[in-house]
Design a protein around this ligand. Structure first.
Ligand code: ZN
Ligand code: ZN
Ligand code: ZN
Length: 532
């Protein structure tokens, strides 16, 4: 594969290099977006969040130090006032002042700042919605590995021909046990959330985002996140994120691109060492649970690099597309002079970067999982899961699929993901998660077709073997009320009671889907993002 790939890649290089790479800042467009934002902000419209997203896009499109940017910050500060967010208002005024060099807005900014300060004294709670009143931080239910503090030491990695690598427990696990809390290796926002959340930590920060100065896509909650993103990966993806988002619109591609960028960032441009590391990984049996996650460098890269991907025929459309995208990624990357200054185009490391792009694309197609928040939909008032990002986790990716899983992954508020037991697992049992095809919602034929297409296997889990029937979606007014009122203490009390019932009352039987759905709701309220 690598040989064909590189030959084809060389032919395409010239074509790509001619394409304009500037992800254009455009003050004219910034001004237009600001006007669009104002139309959402009028008193008879009051679509404040839509206004803020448009102002954020305006900020992202404007050039550093431009009047357009000062104007967009100023407009954003006015929305903050409407929503009683006075601290955020003052932050926007500070940002606007720093940009408003000719001082055109000075008087207005001074007046607003005075007013916001006065208002701040009269109110106490100015917190971001959803960030206040959280439960206690989540913890593993068992002692962790010394070298891997995010994994319970009862988990072991095994390997067999049917499952490849997989995770097993060496002690009996009960419902509610937390066995892994994993950090993402790479993560990208769904387009709808791009101008409302930090592109690095992915926290919601719509009122205070600041832009990357080189592209129109990435915005950050703080200078700290901007700096971290830049050194870890954004430097290598910045010129291409806009282009990829516009042409493919496929978050998987952006995720693969970010994973490659992070690998290069991790090895500080040294392609030779990166190549040696990859070679070593391909030659040895690797067990990520034994890596030194505390002091070890570049461990996450190694753990992600060894993840499985689906083997497909070269003429398969998915395969052909992956190869084509990898070529594009390669030719954009090698145009980064910092990266290629020490390598001529004929040299091995230079060409080998393309092969790595291809590898990561395939790995992401198979291992990325959507991060979800829980949102109340009006006017029906029911809660449902909404995907807001696509992420790849090094250890969670080792879990195999079952349509009736015994563990569930919960997306925590800080972008980590917790693996929680949802059916009792005996000692020696394998942990199974769900790849988006749950028997409760989807019939067997459709599940098997989807899993074969996306992951290349025929599912023979207990739900498929016994053809479990699908079920009506869970709904309970009592539980919804607890979520709507953010009643954490009741949620914690009910959850403890439910867990006791599940673990003691049911004996060897399966936990019912109503019990499970109720447990999920409480868990989400206590540890995840729930929006009303
Ligand atoms: Zn951030
Ligand atoms: Zn950028
Ligand atoms: Zn199945």
């Amino acid at each position: 594969m690598a040989d064909n790939f590189l030959r084809a890649g060389q032919q395409r290089l010239t074509h790509c290099a001619e394409r304009t790479l500037v992800d254009g800042k455009d003050n004219q467009k910034a001004a237009e977006l600001c006007v669009e934002g104002n139309a959402m902000h009028y008193d008879n419209v009051k679509r404040y969040m839509d206004a803020v997203k448009l102002y954020n896009r305006s900020i992202a499109y404007s050039t550093n130090g431009s009047q357009q940017r000062a104007q967009a910050y100023w407009e954003r500060s006015k929305v903050c006032v409407k929503l009683n967010r006075y601290a955020d208002c003052l932050q926007n005024i500070r940002l606007a002042r720093a940009t408003d060099v000719p001082g055109l807005l000075r008087r207005k900014l001074d007046q607003s700042a005075q007013c916001a300060r006065r208002m701040m004294l009269s109110v106490t709670d100015d917190a971001t919605p959803g960030s206040s009143r959280h439960g206690a931080p989540i913890k593993l239910s068992f002692p962790a590995y010394e070298n891997a503090p995010h994994v319970a030491n009862c988990l072991v990695m095994r390997r067999n021909p049917r499952y490849g690598r997989y995770l097993e427990t060496n002690r009996a696990l009960k419902v509610g046990d937390v066995v892994i809390i994993d950090d993402p290796y790479a993560s990208v926002l769904e387009p709808e959330f791009c101008y409302a959340r930090c592109d690095h930590c992915q926290r919601p920060a719509p009122f205070t985002l600041i832009p990357c100065e080189h592209c129109t896509k990435a915005m950050y909650c703080s200078k700290n996140c901007l700096k971290r993103a830049r050194t870890q990966y954004h430097e290598f993806e910045c010129a291409l994120v806009h282009h990829l988002a516009e042409t493919t619109g496929d978050p998987f591609v952006l995720l693969a691109w970010r994973a490659v960028a992070r690998a290069i960032g991790t090895y500080r441009y040294n392609l030779r060492i990166l190549k040696q590391r990859r070679h070593l990984l391909s030659q040895t049996e690797v067990n990520p649970l034994l890596f030194d996650w505390v002091d070890g460098q570049n461990i996450a890269f190694s753990a992600v690099h060894i993840l499985a991907s689906v083997a497909r025929a070269p003429n398969d459309p998915v395969e052909a597309r992956a190869a084509q995208l990898a070529r594009e990624m390669h030719c954009h990357l090698v145009r980064k002079t910092e990266l290629t200054a020490n390598y001529d185009p004929g040299s091995v490391p230079y060409q080998w970067v393309g092969e790595m792009c291809y590898h990561f694309l395939k790995v992401m197609q198979c291992n990325a999982r959507p991060a979800q928040l829980t949102r109340r939909d009006e006017p029906v008032g029911r809660y449902r899961a909404v995907p807001f990002a696509l992420r790849c986790y090094p250890l969670i990716s080792l879990l195999n699929h079952s349509c009736a899983p015994n563990v569930k992954c919960f997306d925590l508020r800080d972008s980590r993901c917790a693996v929680v037991v949802v059916q009792p697992i005996p000692a020696g049992g394998q942990l199974f998660t769900n790849y988006g095809y749950d028997y409760l919602q989807t019939g067997r034929a459709e599940r098997r077709e989807g899993l074969q297409r996306d992951y290349g296997f025929t599912c023979n889990c207990s739900a498929c073997e016994n053809n479990y029937p699908t079920a009506e979606p869970f709904h309970s007014k009592r539980v919804d009320t607890i979520l709507r009122t953010r009643d954490l203490s009741t949620a914690a009390r009910y959850m403890a009671k439910l867990l006791a019932e599940m673990n003691e009352g049911v004996g060897d039987g399966r936990v019912t889907h109503q019990q499970l759905a109720e447990l999920e709701r409480y868990f989400q309220l206590l540890y995840c993002e729930v929006l009303n």
